[in-house]
Design a protein around this ligand. Structure first.
Ligand code: NAD
Length: 509
């Protein structure tokens, strides 16, 4: 049986944990209430900043940039190395705040902080590998090469559901690339943001790096908009809903700024006739019901071959009935709360739309623990068997709601996978090499993440993360995503003593 902490217990735990991470609670005091999805009650009140403060913060960051860009990249990496040590030291504390403010179960909250440590490791290595290429020049006695330079101030806007890791993906890489960061976190997760920032501030102070390399600005949409519109922000990296990206992208483009958009997903798994169903069931349940369906990579659709659809649906429904729902910080819980009432209402509305389209609820739906936590919104993860992929299936509902549709021909499964506006993650469960290869090929899934025999969520930091279409096209984290945080210069160096022109142009004077 789950036990939901009282308001005073949770509030005391949050404040004490934030303090341990180095947060100066007096300095961030204010009158904006914050709450926890765990019990739906208030945690504390906090101060919000305004657009004028964003302007000041960007000014301070620009000053820090002038100094930091002169520091050699490997020396910049040393700062990130120290930061990783502090994150490891505060791993449990930061995870506790993630659980309190975003509702993640302890194991996933710890995983989020581990991801921060991992990206720091990656960035430290990267600090010695910001390679530019040298190309053969067509002219004798000339060298043609490219160099990568720090870009400038990076603005980061982040979503509630990855309140810590997304910022670190951007920040660890930005710092080794020579860029300061100004961060506007989600309104729902301010204490996590302050605690994360405190760990980096400590590393910066110990390292003797410019104080304003990293700043957090708490506030509402107007703070985000000020960051979006500020001409001093060279790169705006924004993670959140497609609605937000649609507002932000054109505004940054209008001032010729660079943007990196990480937006909504509507991720599917194709389960073929040859799939290992044990594996598929485990992969699907984690990806669809884990994190209470609140990951951008959460699996929202299963496209099952008609020969396995009934058995798969029955097994998924049986697994869903066994999922322990409750206090995310209690051992054994696998499904925590939805972030708020709005999220629950959106899930209920989607189920109503789906049944209106001929869908049949085969598992879950409805609220859990309404008696124990009347102000919180624990949803029973739901599965709806759909006659086809209707409009409600094609939209992202940010909740544990999984639709099952069927197919006969594999090519049709790929069409269904691709026939949604979003393009973040996808997977295929199959033992058939041809199907697996086809799915990852140019004719296969059109997503930024395409997996075989694992679910759609739980990416590692080593690969570039992001998606196509309405997911925004951005890539962050590993691989060569660092290039978004630097500017490229192409250099031609003439050591010939002559002045031959390219393409054989003759301009003799
Ligand atoms: P949201 O769009 O409501 O808010 C995200 C952030 O954007 C918040 O900090 C918010 O204050 C800010 N914001 C909103 N409107 C803005 C505007 N007009 N200008 C500037 N800033 C603005 O999203 P959410 O509910 O916090 O998070 C859930 C959504 O985020 C889902 O759609 C999910 O798929 C997506 N998400 C995507 C990724 C990814 O990497 N692709 C990762 C996590 C979450």
């Amino acid at each position: 049986m789950t036990s939901i902490p009282s308001q005073s217990e949770l509030s005391a735990l949050a404040l004490e944990t934030a303090r341990r991470c180095g947060v100066d609670l007096a300095a961030s005091a204010g009158d904006v209430p914050t709450s926890s999805p765990v019990n739906g009650q208030g945690v504390t009140t906090i101060g919000w900043r305004d657009a004028a403060y964003v302007d000041e913060a960007v000014g301070r960051a620009q000053e820090a940039f002038r100094e930091w860009r002169r520091v050699p990249a490997p020396a910049r990496g040393a700062l990130v190395k120290r930061w990783a040590e502090l994150l490891a030291e505060h791993k449990d504390d930061l995870a506790t705040l993630v659980s309190i403010e975003a509702g993640k179960i302890t194991s996933e909250a710890r995983g989020e902080i581990q991801e921060m440590i991992d990206i720091c490791d990656f960035a430290v290595g990267l600090s010695r590998q910001l390679y530019g290429r040298t190309m053969p020049s067509e002219r004798p006695g000339h060298r043609l090469m490219e160099t990568w330079h720090p870009l400038g101030v990076v603005g980061v806007i982040s979503a509630f559901n990855f309140p810590a890791a997304v910022w670190s993906w951007n920040t660890a890489v930005a710092l080794v690339c020579g860029d300061p960061v100004v961060w506007k976190p989600s309104e729902l997760t301010p204490l996590t943001a302050l605690a994360c920032q405190a760990t980096l501030a400590q590393a910066i102070a110990e390292h003797g790096a410019p104080e304003h390399l990293s700043q957090v600005v708490l506030g509402g949409p107007e703070v985000g908009e000020a960051l979006v519109d500020h001409p001093g922000v060279a790169l705006l990296s924004a993670t959140g809903s497609t609605r937000m990206g649609r507002a932000v992208g054109p505004r940054v483009a209008d001032r010729f700024g660079r943007s990196l958009l990480e937006l909504g997903g509507n991720n599917a798994a194709v389960v073929t006739g040859s799939a290992d169903l044990d594996l598929a069931v485990r992969g699907i349940v984690f990806a669809a019901a884990g994190t209470a369906g609140q990951r951008c990579t959460t699996m929202r659709r299963v496209i099952a071959h008609t020969s396995v659809a009934d058995e798969l649906t029955d097994r998924l429904a049986a697994a869903y009935e066994r999922l322990p729902i409750g206090n995310p910080m209690q051992e054994g819980t696998l499904v925590g709360p939805l972030v708020n009432k709005r999220a629950y209402d959106a899930m209920a509305a989607a189920i109503t739309d789906a049944t209106g389209d001929g869908g049949k609820v085969v598992a879950g739906g409805g609220r859990a623990h309404e008696d124990l936590a009347p102000d919180a919104y624990y949803a029973r993860p739901a599965i709806v068997r759909m006659p086809e992929q209707t409009a409600v299936v094609a939209r992202e509902t940010f909740a544990p709601l999984l639709y099952v549709v069927t197919y006969d021909e594999f090519e049709h499964a790929i069409e269904i996978n691709n026939a949604v506006p979003q393009g973040l993650s996808s997977s295929v469960f199959t033992q058939d090499l041809v199907e697996a290869e086809l799915f990852v090929s140019a004719e296969g899934s059109d997503c930024g993440i395409v997996n075989v025999n694992i679910g759609t969520s739980g990416a590692e930091i080593g690969g570039a993360f992001g998606g196509e279409k309405e997911t925004g096209g951005g890539r962050e984290s590993g691989s060569d995503a660092w290039r978004a945080y630097m500017r490229r210069a192409t250099n031609t160096i003439n050591f010939s003593g002559n002045l031959p022109l390219a393409q054989g142009v003759d301009f003799t004077i």
